[in-house]
Design a protein around this ligand. Structure first.
Ligand code: PA5
Length: 462
């Protein structure tokens, strides 16, 4: 079981025109990384994601909920947004068979479907509700703060629908809250009504919470091997003991992206799996990288590479044109799975048609691999930085390792950029304006600030 990163095509030797990270920069980054590593270590007590893989009590509590609910529900409906939703979606896509929710019970091995309401679009929510048999649905309300407006709106709608479907008393049997152990509206409701609740440790932030019950509860309900996930994450955490990026994959990823951004103008950082099951991990990564690293420093300077999700080979017919010939402001990190050469033999047919004849006899796995290598080589030939994260398999162990690698890399990158990767002050102003417009008590100042802003001008509408 291995996860490794090949970063040859980030380096000067592999790129033309003097482009690429030099060996001197790479070796010279060692002291910067050692300092970042020490800074992350010094914050350990606040960085609960570091110890989640070893938190057996949390996993046991999660598995106890799974055991209690086994066989009672055909559907799990997860209410949440941002870090409370993207991890569960990524785990379902990566570790359950394709189109999980369309499979019958036997194909799902008796496990429920998972629906995630990661938005408040009425069309989606009302459609999903109209399709669910609520008497056979378990509702997970997932919110670290326990008061996020989107999640609370989802909750109010779904709780009402549950009460109508099964009655007020029985509705409680269909609910599990995943939230802060002490504070927040969800915690208060849980206490008042005796609703089963799992804790998100106070020192685990939303986007770093996938290995807490936020991700582990829906994963375990769907029958994913959560112990293997944790083992993979624990292995990555152990590798992160090294303060030498050459021996710490999360450190290497953070340092290379940071050097590429700050020294080489590669401000856009693309994550491009060549494996369909990993496509939603790229979206999870985008939130993690963007919300953690996009910051204004105390001195007024701005920081933050822009993450972008892509999918190989699909995006070779889309975004790769931009990556190849657009501004040289990007890195592309592929994720590939080793040993797929035997998968999906392509039949030899139309031997007389040259455009098809050469394809027959290869496999889809080999085609995907060749296409990735060809794209990487072409990008490098044009001076485009790229790297490849290689996994032995898409299984729970490797996904756990991958998720923990990105979480660690984000923490290191925060330290390298000299910012706090664990807050998100930039989303507050918009939230406060929304609260003001919805009439939330205590929003008077935000209302005044909102009213003072320029509002749509009829001259500027076409
Ligand atoms: O990473 C974060 O902190 C955010 O993206 C949150 O996950 C998101 O805002 C949802 O917050 P909460 O879990 O408190 O409802």
């Amino acid at each position: 079981m291995t996860l490794s990163i090949d970063f040859t095509n980030m380096m000067a030797g592999a790129l033309p025109d003097g482009l690429g990270i030099t060996e001197t920069e790479w070796r010279g980054s060692r002291s910067a990384f050692a300092a970042a590593h020490a800074a992350v270590d010094a914050q350990r007590a606040n960085l609960g994601f570091l110890t989640l893989p070893a938190d057996e009590a949390a996993l046991d509590a999660t598995l106890a909920v799974v055991a209690r609910t086994r066989g009672r529900f055909d559907d799990v409906l997860l209410l949440g947004i941002g870090g409370s939703a993207l991890g569960p979606i990524a785990l379902r896509t990566a570790l359950r068979p394709l189109a999980w929710n369309t499979l019958d019970l036997a194909a799902r091995d008796g496990h429920p479907r998972l629906h995630v309401l990661d938005n408040v679009d009425p069309a989606t929510i009302l459609t999903i509700l109209s399709r669910l048999a609520l008497d056979r649905t378990l509702v997970l309300v997932v919110s670290k703060s326990g008061g996020t407006v989107e999640t609370m709106a989802q909750y109010l709608i779904v709780r009402d629908a549950l009460a109508r479907a099964v009655g007020e008393d029985a509705a409680r049997e269909h609910l599990v809250f995943v939230t802060d152990p002490e504070v927040g509206a969800l915690r208060r409701i849980a206490r008042a009504e005796g609703i089963p609740t799992l804790d998100i440790p106070q020192n685990v932030g939303g986007r770093f919470s996938v290995l807490s019950p936020v991700g582990m509860l829906p994963a375990a309900l769907m029958g994913i091997d959560v112990k293997a996930l944790m083992a993979g994450a624990a292995d990555m955490t152990a590798r992160a003991a090294s303060d030498d990026p050459a021996h710490n994959p999360a450190g290497a990823f953070a340092v290379l992206q940071w050097l590429a951004d700050t020294r080489h103008g590669r401000h856009v950082q693309v994550l491009m799996p060549y494996a369909d099951p990993l496509r939603d991990i790229a979206l999870w990564f985008v939130q993690l990288w963007a919300e953690s690293l996009g910051k204004t420093r105390k001195d007024g300077t701005f920081t933050g590479p822009t993450p972008l999700a892509a999918l190989g080979a699909t995006d070779q017919h889309s975004q790769v044109q931009l990556f190849m010939e657009g501004p040289r402001d990007k890195t592309v990190t592929f994720i590939t799975v080793r040993g797929r050469e035997a998968e999906g033999r392509i039949p030899s047919r139309h031997a007389d048609i040259p455009e098809l004849a050469y394809i027959g006899g290869h496999t889809l796995g080999a085609l995907l691999d060749v296409e990735r290598r060809a794209t990487a080589g072409a990008l490098a030939a044009r001076g485009r930085f790229n790297a490849n994260i290689e996994l032995d398999a898409v299984d729970a162990w490797h996904v756990g390792a991958l998720l923990q690698m990105f979480a660690l890399a984000t923490a290191y990158a925060g330290a390298l950029y000299g910012i706090n990767a664990f807050d998100q002050p930039g989303v507050e102003m918009g939230k406060n304006f929304a609260y003001a417009m919805l009439g939330k008590p205590g929003s008077e100042a935000a209302r005044a600030a909102w009213d003072a802003l320029p509002h749509p001008d009829a001259r500027h509408r076409v």
